[in-house]
Write a protein that binds this ligand. Structure first.
Ligand code: HEC
Ligand code: HEC
Ligand code: HEC
Ligand code: HEC
Ligand code: HEC
Length: 430
């Protein structure tokens, strides 16, 4: 791949480039992609020959082609869609199979529930198994996780069929949001589905066999004012940023904007900080009783806060301090608690998918919800106190991550401060 293409004068090359692509567009239908590619390369070879300082490793080499009969690796897509590929590589989607937390959970699932039932996990985390049935994970495409070709082969999401909503067609055609786009490597079908939340719902909404909504992000969004106003998942999670849809030497006249493909969520803690506020702190103090109140609001998350699997939770920690010493404290959780059939609270990913049979409580903040939290403290002896309130975001797998041999053991626990407030207080009537 040519590392220097962005340093060259784009204008100088664009005329020849465009001619090549247009010619190609006409030919695609009749002559097929192989002939078209060689013509494109001849055109490009000519163009480069006139530029003594430019050496293009790609000239003379055939452009990569997509597999017409099966999946194509993201490495192939990335040869042309460089900018998108580089960003996608950083995403959790790209690591949905390989990440250690998932691997550990999958091992536990296979141990506790068996191989057959654990196929479910792969259908979302390594979704290319849906065609070709590589549940043994022998092929490298499976390990690419939620790869380019899986998403861009989706042509419909049928929510009326919740057990298997994703409809896709493997092969030469790539579906996407651009109108009138043409590619030398694949056919293109423009699809508005890519701009709508339904596209994501195929994996971000899941009800288990006990009827428990384990993943409800799409439904939470659907019931919110964001859905009514037409603010889709992509508007928040895939904003348009400057970038090229394809490398300059493949096509010069792209729009200059791409949808950010790292699709970050709570792993981007700055994003989480912007989504919630802690305000409206006040108190009342009468004899030895103190009431503290404040407002916690979900101002920027298009679904419940937190959303997704229940190991994501937020906690408001309120402390009363007298000369630096903690006099009393409370913790207010914002979380879903799920139980199995025998009433045992569940903590691990695989358990929610298979065993969750009851929701004991759901104290998460709904989209746009402003919740007034009121806490009372008794038996307060002091007459002056400092109250501190800290809102934390917590992530815990509630489990240990081990490697295949079970040698490396480390718990995955994370805690981030989102917001904090302080209030000095004194007893009335003194
Ligand atoms: C030989 C270069 C090349 C390769 C390889 C390639 N593409 Fe493309 N692709 C293009 C070009 C050129 C366009 C048109 C871009 C434009 O007009 O902005 C395009 C457009 C697209 C679009 C936009 C379609 C639309 O209507 O929104 C998608 C999606 C896409 N490609 C996906 C893929 C995927 C997935 C792969 C790998 C399986 C892939 N491409 C491999 C060159 C390539
Ligand atoms: C093929 C299934 C699939 C599709 C389609 C899909 N996702 Fe995901 N998504 C997942 C899985 C699985 C994970 C968890 C990956 C992991 O951490 O192992 C995930 C993780 C995420 C995260 C969490 C990232 C973080 O930093 O915490 C966000 C946000 C997200 N997806 C948004 C979207 C959006 C928006 C769409 C639609 C444009 C979408 N997803 C489409 C399966 C999917
Ligand atoms: C989780 C599903 C998902 C994955 C994985 C994914 N895409 Fe996309 N892609 C989308 C969606 C959704 C859009 C449209 C976003 C919009 O228009 O709001 C899109 C848009 C595009 C476009 C059109 C240009 C643009 O930025 O809008 C191209 C080209 C593209 N993707 C290529 C790729 C390639 C190449 C990869 C792998 C490196 C990839 N995509 C991985 C869902 C995905
Ligand atoms: C108004 C903007 C907005 C919209 C619309 C939106 N999100 Fe989010 N999303 C956020 C913010 C902010 C966060 C981080 C705070 C949080 O976790 O709620 C987030 C977090 C997430 C996470 C990470 C949770 C985790 O477990 O790590 C996922 C997954 C996700 N969103 C998926 C979606 C999907 C799917 C849709 C559409 C159905 C969607 N989002 C719509 C703003 C939005
Ligand atoms: C319907 C699609 C779907 C199925 C089926 C599914 N997952 Fe997931 N999984 C997701 C999504 C989406 C996320 C993203 C985070 C969220 O929303 O909380 C996720 C997140 C995870 C995570 C957290 C990863 C991280 O990086 O923090 C683990 C671990 C996990 N899943 C394990 C499993 C196991 C084990 C199974 C099978 C028992 C399974 N999943 C089945 C969609 C699925």
């Amino acid at each position: 791949m040519d590392k220097h293409s962005s340093l060259r004068d784009p204008f100088e090359r664009s005329t020849n480039q465009r001619k090549g692509i247009r010619l190609l567009g006409g030919l695609m239908a009749t002559a097929g992609a192989i002939l078209a590619t060689s013509i494109l390369n001849a055109e490009r070879g000519g163009a480069f020959a006139q530029q003594p300082e430019a050496s293009d490793v790609r000239s003379g080499k055939a452009l990569p082609q997509v597999n017409p009969d099966g999946w194509t690796s993201s490495a192939v897509c990335g040869e042309c869609h460089q900018a998108i590929h580089a960003v996608w590589r950083q995403s959790l989607h790209a690591n949905s199979w390989s990440n250690g937390v998932f691997q550990a959970a999958l091992r536990r699932s296979r141990d506790n529930y068996g191989e057959e039932r654990s196929r479910l996990c792969l259908s979302c985390h390594a979704p290319t198994v849906r065609h070709g049935n590589d549940y043994a994970v022998k092929e490298s495409i499976t390990m690419e996780g939620i790869t380019c070709d899986f998403c861009h082969s989706i042509h419909a999401v049928e929510l009326a069929d919740p057990n298997d909503p994703i409809r896709f067609a493997v092969g030469k055609t790539k579906y996407g949001p651009l109108r009138h786009a043409q590619s030398p490597a694949h056919q293109i079908v423009n699809s508005d589905l890519f701009k709508r939340s339904e596209f994501c719902a195929g994996c971000h909404e899941y009800k288990n066999s006990h009827g428990i909504t384990v993943l409800g992000t799409y439904g939470e969004w659907k019931n919110s004012s964001y859905a009514k106003r037409g603010t889709e998942c992509q508007d928040c999670h895939m904003p348009l940023v400057a970038g090229r849809t394809v490398a300059l030497d493949v096509k010069s006249d792209t729009s200059g904007k791409v949808n950010l493909h790292n699709i970050s969520g709570s792993h981007d803690i700055e994003r989480v900080r912007k989504a919630v506020t802690l305000d409206g702190v006040g108190y009342q103090w009468a004899s030895d009783k103190v009431w503290v109140f404040m407002q916690v609001a979900n101002t920027g998350s298009g679904h419940c806060f937190p959303t997704g699997l229940p190991m994501h939770r937020a906690v408001l920690e309120v402390k009363l301090l007298n000369a630096g010493e903690v006099v009393d404290q409370r913790q207010i959780p914002f979380e879903v608690v799920m139980l199995d059939e025998s009433g045992r609270p569940l903590r691990r990913e695989e358990e929610f998918f298979v065993s969750a049979a009851k929701v004991r409580s759901d104290t998460r903040l709904k989209p746009n919800e402003v919740r007034t939290v009121e806490i009372s403290f008794r038996d307060i002896k002091a007459s002056r106190l400092l109250m501190t309130a800290s809102l934390y975001y917590e992530y815990s797998t509630g489990a240990l991550v081990t490697d295949e041999k079970g040698e490396r053991i480390e718990p995955v626990e994370m805690k981030f401060l989102l917001a904090s407030r302080e209030q000095s207080m004194k007893r009335m009537g003194r």
